[in-house]
Every structure is written in C-alpha cells, then in structure tokens.
Write a protein of this length. Sequence first.
Length: 186
Amino acid sequence: MKAIGIVGSPRKGGNSEILTKHCLKAIKEEGLETELIRLAGLDIKGCNACGYCFKNPNECSIEDDLQPIHKKMLAADIIVVSSPVYYGSATSLIKGLLERAGYMSRGKYAGKVGGPITVARRAGQNFTFAELLFWFHINGMVNPGSIYWNVARALEKGEVEKDEEGMKIVWEFGKNCAKVAKKLRG
C-alpha cells in the first residue's frame, strides 16, 4: 500500500512541507510506503473547461507537469494534500491540480483514503481546510478524522514545529489514514 503527500506550496521546505512530511512519517510507521510530491517549481495550470477529459478519461489537453502526478494519485491508496493559506484560500497550484485531477479521473478516486492539511499565520486555515476537503468528498473518498481539524499556525519557515497541537493533529491524522486504508484493503 502507498500514501502520497502533495505539497501545494510554491516554496520548498516550508511549513506545509514540514506538516506533510510529519503526516507521512506517521503513515510510514504503520508499514505503508510513502512519497512526498512538491508542486514548488512545477507548471500546474488550472482547468480551462475545454471538455477534453470528458471524451478522453485520465487525459488533459493542457500540457504541463500535472500528468505524472495524476498517475501517482491514481495508483495511491492514500492521498494527503497540503496548502498554506494565501489570501484566505488554498494556493492556485493545489487548486489547479485538484480541479483537473478530479475531472480527469471520472470517479477513480472513490474509496481511496485521504484529506487536507492547512497552515497559516493567523487565520484562514478552516476555510482552506473545508475548501480542500470538498474535493475529497466530491470524489467519493474516505476522510478519517483526527483530534481536531488538520490545521496549524506558522509564518516563518520551520515555525510550524513550535505548534505542538498542530503537529500532533497531523500525526494522528496520518495514523488514522493508515488504519482506515488497511481496514478497507481488508
């Protein structure tokens, strides 16, 4: 079984990445293979509503860096996505990836396990968490809970590690993802 963590931050090594790595470490501790995928530096465009994917499932007319990530998403048992809060919302990188992957997959994510992780300086985590969570629900995925919503507070790079509660939340989320995925796999 495999879990992937997709970091939607345009910055490498930031707080979203730290949280995602922490979550994946909890999953790996449960015996699953894990992979971290950074969108930083990649060209991921938003959907242009051309309808190409409706006629060609799992394909997209837009030529960018999305397709290899989409293939990994389809192969994964667990998908975790993270985003910092940018102007009260998820980053355009993660939104572009999710909207196109959802349209392209045509129901192929149903039954997979996963959920979002968000981080912000002061506010916006809950809206961004809900915004990303809707993607998991509309795709028929199973979303395990944690001890609170998967949100954390930080501004400067690495500051999230001082948010003990946030770190514990994503750890427990990772553990729950692994447990649920194993039970579903039976």
